[in-house]
Design a protein around this ligand. Structure first.
Ligand code: AOS
Ligand code: ZN
Ligand code: ZN
Length: 428
């Protein structure tokens, strides 16, 4: 991890300016009747899981550009995750992906994570690629495949992933399927969905106590004509058919352009089926860009729904927050530090919304003032709040700069000299 002295020096150099910024913000908030300490306490509860697959340089189907010092194993990915947690104090868990994360000693991995102060979030199965030695191919589907032998193999893999997750203390399985068709006629649209439901029911029935199943949807890619679980409606139908412990996972990039994602979030909360998020951002499709980099207002509006639900105490509301990004051109650690900061800012802004006023304007039909209430929160510079939460918890005032000052990447480039094992590009 990063030398404590480097971190202290980083904070010391910025402390005076930070205090002035925070005092100014506290004064502004007080004028609107908002107590700084209350917001800080709520903001400090925000945690988001890091995906192991985003720790190394990602890629597209055209290529991948490895960077020196990227992690080669899940052990090294955890080291990088620990640095991100050290600087942000908001990422205490990692979400692994099987079989991309190869583990042969579970006790050693557990001990490694514990020593780094990390735990594990949802485990991800992978039936969108064929693995060496696998008897059946997923070329034409996995849990939806017409051949029961292929479905059985895909079900068995998911059960295996759950068993591995138990080794790690995880309590959720995320299922994302590439199942679908590229041409009209290729797949029976109704029956393929029924088969997915039946397969998921087998996995669901075997879930250990306290576990949840998170069902991820996506409109297209790699299937370009019809994806079996293509939208929140399909995911919701499955979650409802399976039972209470099955919920939907909203990956922000998995929507067609202009979809109102905050409305979907509100709908899912309304029926108790919002299981979690894969945070990222997109301009066109499943771009997997840094959360908040393209549509910060949308991200704020999503968090606005989350804060609203939390304040109201909606029963069973406890979505899992995870990041799902592919870092092709940024240093992955820096990109993740930036992402966490963007997420915290969106959350902080949502905490500042004057909900009483908003509800009054909604009920009295004052459209302009209702919108203005949201915008007032969105336009507040919450940087000092987020920095203060980090500082109080022992993190960095400016995580990206602290990371650069630490020389961590250069040091890893020396230590992790052999080329990174090729990671599957594309479907991040
Ligand atoms: C794919 O587009 C999804 O976002 C999944 O979450 C996927 O399993 C994950 O990104 C790992 O590739
Ligand atoms: Zn995802
Ligand atoms: Zn995706």
């Amino acid at each position: 991890m990063i030398d404590a002295e480097i971190l202290e020096r980083h904070n010391r150099q910025r402390e005076a300016a930070h205090r002035r910024d925070l005092e100014y913000l506290a004064e502004r908030l007080a004028r609107s009747g908002i107590a700084l300490e209350v917001v800080l306490d709520e903001l400090a509860t925000f945690e988001v899981a890091l995906p192991t697959w985003a720790m190394a340089a990602g890629g597209t189907r055209f290529g991948r550009f490895p960077i020196p010092g990227e992690p080669r194993t899940i052990f090294e990915k955890l080291e990088d995750a620990a640095v991100i947690h050290q600087l942000t104090r908001a990422t205490p868990r990692v979400s692994p992906h099987f079989p991309w994360d190869v583990v042969d000693d579970w006790a050693a991995l557990r001990a490694h994570a514990e020593a780094l102060g990390l735990g594990f979030d949802a485990v991800n199965s992978n039936t969108f690629q064929d693995q060496p030695g696998q008897p059946h191919s997923y070329k034409l589907g996995s849990l939806s495949h017409a051949d029961p032998a292929v479905r059985r193999q895909a079900i068995a893999h998911n059960l295996q992933v759950v068993a591995w997750g138990q080794e790690l203390g995880s309590t959720a399985l995320t299922v994302w399927l590439a199942d679908g068709s590229n041409y009209p006629g290729q797949m029976h649209l109704r029956r393929s969905f029924e088969r997915v439901q039946e397969s998921l029911a087998e996995i669901y029935a075997a879930l250990p106590e306290g576990w949840r199943m998170l069902i991820e949807y996506k409109p297209y890619e790699p299937a370009f004509y019809a994806t079996v679980i293509q939208d929140w409606g399909s995911a919701l139908l499955l979650a409802q058919a399976l039972g209470e412990r099955a919920q939907c996972l909203v990956d922000l990039g998995h929507h067609l352009p202009n979809t109102n994602i905050e409305l979907i979030v509100a709908r899912l909360i309304g029926v108790g089926k919002l299981g979690g998020f894969h945070f990222n951002d997109a301009k066109y499709g499943d771009d997997d860009l840094t959360a908040g980099s393209i549509k910060p207002y949308q991200l704020f509006l999503v968090f606005n729904e989350l804060v609203d639900a939390a304040r109201e105490g909606v029963p069973g509301f406890r979505p899992a927050y995870m990041i799902d990004q592919s870092h092709n051109v940024k240093d992955p650690i820096e990109a993740l530090l930036q992402t966490v900061d963007h997420l915290q800012r969106a959350y902080a802004r949502a905490l500042l919304v004057d909900r009483e006023a908003l509800s009054h304007y909604q009920e009295t039909g004052d459209v302009l003032m209702a919108e203005r209430t949201l915008r007032a929160a969105f336009e507040t510079d919450v940087g000092p709040l987020v920095a203060e939460v980090r500082r109080r918890r022992g993190g960095a005032l400016d995580p990206v700069l602290a990371f650069r000052e630490s020389g961590y990447r250069q040091q890893k480039a020396r230590e992790r000299s052999t080329p990174a094992t090729a990671q599957a590009p594309g479907y991040a």
